[in-house]
Design a protein around this ligand. Structure first.
Ligand code: ZN
Length: 310
């Protein structure tokens, strides 16, 4: 029987999202589970398996499913089997999550960094040519980054490449969620924006930060410049064909896209790569990671099936 769907799963710090992605990369049957009932329990992995079992039972089509593709906000081993470190979710580190889910649910399972799935989703949606270099910078609670070179994700020697949020910044003594001090993520992330709100504009709504306060608040203009530093750094390293910018912070009402781009350009080397810089934007959809998981899952699982048939 033809396997028509991949279950895409996006495990976040506050919720788990899932959906069915078909071979034309259309997403359906989306579902969200909140983590307060999932994590913090003794058995995070068991809770994830239960959520998936329930989802598949309700979807009623296991025979129709090619496999499961799970995105995690973690660093992974080079073979993509072991979760090395997940600062925001207890109970996932040093776990071979893909293998456990595969065994528990009886379905082929793929594990990958959540930002890599965002990149796959954007490349597919924007129909970008991947024969060169594509970089993605996603500013959410943290600073997420993904790089594709000649069609392949940049993985690194240990599997932990693209931790761009953790480049050190001189004079910054703040402790990062990774355990180090002075990482750029501590001054360029949604987490920092909410700290700035608490310090300078207590009581202000987060959704009004840029819309109402950006033009008059110097600390917000500094924040935009800090955000541009890791992006410009990576552009200077890779001279990429495309730069994808996205994430919850950029999707906030009134986010000063023009000033952000100007800051990036100010820090990028001239004349190239600045002159030919091609910046594109991610769409704002909470299920982008799920769809990206499905797209990547289809590519990987079809290749795996083909190999097995040979
Ligand atoms: Zn860090």
């Amino acid at each position: 029987m033809k396997k028509n769907f991949v279950i895409g799963v996006d495990i976040g710090g506050t919720r788990v999202r899932m959906g069915c992605v078909d071979a034309t990369y259309r997403l359906q049957n989306t579902r969200m589970a909140f983590c307060s009932t999932l994590f913090g329990t003794e058995n995070t992995v068991g809770a994830v398996c239960d959520v998936l079992k329930n989802y598949i039972r309700d979807f009623k089509g296991k025979s129709d499913i090619l496999g499961i593709s799970i995105g995690v906000p973690s660093t992974l081993s080079r073979d993509r089997k072991t979760i090395i470190s997940t600062p925001n979710i207890p109970g996932l580190d040093n776990i071979r999550l893909g293998e456990i889910v595969e065994k528990e649910l009886g379905l082929s399972t793929i594990l990958e960094r959540d930002v890599n799935f965002l990149l796959y989703n954007d490349i597919e949606r924007l129909k970008l040519d991947t024969s060169g270099t594509v970089i993605g910078c996603y500013v959410g609670t943290g600073f997420g980054n993904a790089v594709m070179v000649e069609g392949n994700l940049l993985i690194g020697k240990n599997g932990t490449a693209c931790e761009l949020g953790h480049i050190p910044v001189p004079g910054n003594a703040e402790r990062c969620s990774c355990g180090n001090f002075g990482c750029v993520e501590t001054i360029a992330s949604g987490r920092k924006l909410s700290e700035l709100r608490d310090a300078y504009l207590p009581g202000a709504e987060m959704c009004e930060m840029f819309l109402k306060h950006y033009p008059t608040c110097g600390f917000l203009r500094d924040f935009i410049d800090y955000l541009s530093i890791p992006v410009a750094t990576e552009i200077n390293i890779f001279d990429p064909d495309y730069v994808i910018l996205g994430g919850g912070v950029l999707a906030m009402p009134g986010f000063p896209t023009g000033d952000f781009e100007n800051s990036i350009r100010r820090h990028v080397r001239k004349p190239a790569p600045e002159k030919e810089l091609e910046i594109v934007y991610a769409s704002d959809d909470i299920y982008n990671g799920v769809r990206g998981a499905g797209i990547y899952g289809f590519k990987k699982l079809m290749a795996r099936t083909k190999k097995e048939e040979e």
